[in-house]
Ligand binder design. Structure first.
Ligand SMILES: [Zn+2]
Length: 63
């Protein structure tokens, strides 16, 4: 189950840690389930489709 993250003040959810727009640091809202409001990041959707979606724990500390 992916973790969905959204930066405060934005209504776009991200769930791939390797998304260039993945929210980091302060003022980030996370959810364990699929949010029922807001928008889903098209880049994360593309990564999921191509099997390139990296989850947060694996990716933490890299970069
Ligand atoms: Zn994204």
């Amino acid at each position: 189950m992916p973790v969905y993250k959204r930066k405060e003040g934005s209504d776009t959810w991200h769930w791939c840690a390797n998304c260039p727009d993945y929210p980091k640091g302060e003022n980030v809202t996370s959810r364990q389930s699929k949010p029922e409001y807001g928008k889903f990041c098209p880049l994360c959707e593309l990564k999921e489709k191509t099997g390139d979606c990296k989850q947060d724990p694996l990716f933490a500390g890299l970069k």
